[in-house]
Design a protein around this ligand. Structure first.
Ligand code: SAM
Ligand code: SF4
Length: 348
């Protein structure tokens, strides 16, 4: 259902509730929401070439997505990140941004943001900015057009770069995400960083995570960021920053380029102790930890009634089950994915 301005204006504002605190005393203030499992790319580390996507009836409608996000906001969530699959290929997704922007206006929400492959930013950047989006994460693994095509299978680098131009022209701050891939882009990390920092964009490097079955072996793709960092520190001055966002990234300041470089290293470091986030899939499953199988079904309570009591109970019950941490491992004895779902389900 399209969330028109008219519909938004008659939606009930949720009552404010106490914040969500998990059994380890961590306040849950950040919700990542995957709005679709579909994508216009087929990145080799993320999807198999012939993915089977979910039937549309299994997806939460935009109205249901708004309801569940709003319930989290009413329970103290201050940051929403819309992701996917590719969020900007979901039909009418701008209606969801428009509708959620009311929480920015009311002050209940600090940030509404998204992670995207950038292919549709040329079309949507200005409207996203108009909905109160201030920052966007764009995934770019290489600046070589041919390599880009082979990593994404279907992607067009020029279109993504034009999307980044459009985002910056619309006043959005752009952060670039790059998955470090052994033998693929490892010789390009310095170039990517100089390009990003030269355009005023932070760069975050991500280690391949063992999520979902794909054709190439992850042993072939896995490049520890400790190796990348050691190589970069021979060429650049990397000063640790105390930039803790509750997330898995650790940041350094690079003096020569005057920009921030982040490292997301779930395989070599544990970042769970300060975890402030949970993840909702496009079918309404709430994952309390990226690296564990346990999920709570929010779709059933959402669809049981138009009122939010059951939904809110399901959310508080789920947070009470948030585990202490995860247990990813890729080595020669563990070549199976640690969890069966693909990253495109939980959105990273
Ligand atoms: N389609 C959007 C994009 O590519 O930015 C949003 C969804 S994508 C699943 C979110 C992030 O997860 C991207 O930066 C992508 O590179 C990363 N990603 C996907 N699969 C991954 C994996 N197996 N290991 C590490 N990062 C992965
Ligand atoms: Fe699509 Fe993003 Fe996965 Fe690439 S990483 S296939 S762009 S969802």
């Amino acid at each position: 259902m399209l969330l028109t301005k008219e519909r938004v204006s008659v939606q009930r504002e949720p009552t404010r509730h106490p914040g969500l605190i998990d059994p380890f005393g961590r306040a849950i203030t950040y919700l990542r929401v995957s709005v679709t499992d579909r994508c216009d790319f087929r990145c080799v580390y993320c999807m198999s070439e012939h993915m089977t996507f979910l039937p549309k009836r299994d997806l939460l409608t935009l109205h249901e997505l708004d309801r569940v996000c709003s319930a989290f906001v009413a329970h103290g969530v201050r940051k929403l990140r819309i992701t996917g699959g590719e969020p900007l290929v979901r039909r009418d997704v701008l209606g969801l941004f428009r509708s959620l922007s009311r929480h920015l206006v009311s002050g209940a929400l600090d940030e509404l943001t998204l992670t995207t492959n950038g292919s549709q930013l040329g079309r949507f950047a200005a409207e996203l900015a108009d909905c109160g989006v201030r920052r966007v994460n764009v995934s770019v693994d290489t600046l070589d057009a041919e390599k880009f095509r082979s990593i994404t299978r279907w992607g067009d680098l020029a279109q993504v770069l034009a999307g980044i131009d459009a985002a910056q022209a619309a006043g959005l701050r752009v952060k670039v995400n790059t998955v470090a891939l052994k033998g693929v882009n490892e010789d390009e990390i310095g170039t990517l960083m100089e390009w990003a920092h030269g355009r005023g964009m932070d760069l975050t490097l991500i280690e391949v995570m063992p999520l979902g079955d794909i054709e190439p072996s992850r042993l072939d793709q896995y490049l520890p960021l400790s190796v990348v960092r050691a190589r970069l520190s021979g060429l650049y001055t990397l000063d640790d920053l105390d930039d803790r966002t509750g997330g898995p990234a650790r940041y350094v300041w690079v003096s020569e380029t005057g920009g921030k470089l982040g490292f997301i290293t779930p395989m070599t470091h544990n970042f769970c102790e300060s975890c402030n986030r949970v993840r909702l899939t496009c079918t309404g499953q709430l994952f309390m930890c990226l690296g564990q199988e346990d999920a709570a079904d929010l779709r059933t309570p959402l669809r049981m009634s138009e009122g939010n009591e059951r939904l809110e109970q399901a959310i508080t019950d789920a947070i009470a089950r948030k585990p202490k941490g995860h247990d990813f491992i890729i080595d020669r004895r563990h070549t199976r994915p640690a969890v069966a779902r693909h990253m495109s389900m939980t959105g990273g």
